[in-house]
Design a protein around this ligand. Sequence first.
Ligand SMILES: [Zn+2]
Length: 259
Amino acid sequence: MRIVIDGQKVPVNVRVSRDLLMTLKAMSQTLHWRINYDTANELVYIYSKNYVPPTSLDRPTLMIPEPESNRLLGKIICIDAGHGGSDPGSIGPSGTLEKDNTLAISLLLRDILESNGATVVMTRDTDQNVSAPDSSASEELKARVEIAADANADIFISIHNDSFTSNTTSGTTCFHYGDAASMKLAALVQKNLVAELGTKDRSSRFASFYVIRYTKMTAILVEVAFISNPEEEVLLSSTDGRTKIAESIFQGIANYFKA
Ligand SMILES: [Zn+2]
């Protein structure tokens, strides 16, 4: 299914999911759009409030400035909530699980991105293995890379919690696989996270993690903070902390597309 806005096809082949349709419906109410569905031809027609259909070739269509909430329209973002299902990831000193933190942060980030017009593809949106129940670590990582490729995503963001044997180690690190675009995204997300959370800046840096190495698009892996550190465990597992984290990652993404 494709989207046609004010008579023009959206250049990317957006796969219209139920989630996207719900987002479009919600946005259309706020922004007073009209939406028509042509299910036979798999098209969704969107008309903005001031759009006047051209009646002849010499009548130009109105140019309408893009509202703030549309700033990521046409961008496809794949969010990978680290671990899940049979793989809990790291476990905090008070028993919180990395897989729960990464999922909660990812869902919050999805909502913010969608409300800014982006199309979001999740590698998982519940507590489950991505490949198959009880699948191996390598099957899991491969499945995540495949989802991003199938979605034709512009950027891929894998969200994790760091962990160390010492419970005093702390801070934020964004990893990239060395290409210029991923380095830029990693630096911007890093900057926003450290500024908003007040965590130690461990800097954005190169790493050869499977999911950022084998994804073909701009890709980063975010180690938000250390779940092994009792203070950062609270940051990662509290609603306030998770909301701040999601908003900071969103700011980094928005800056990336703006720059
Ligand atoms: Zn992890």
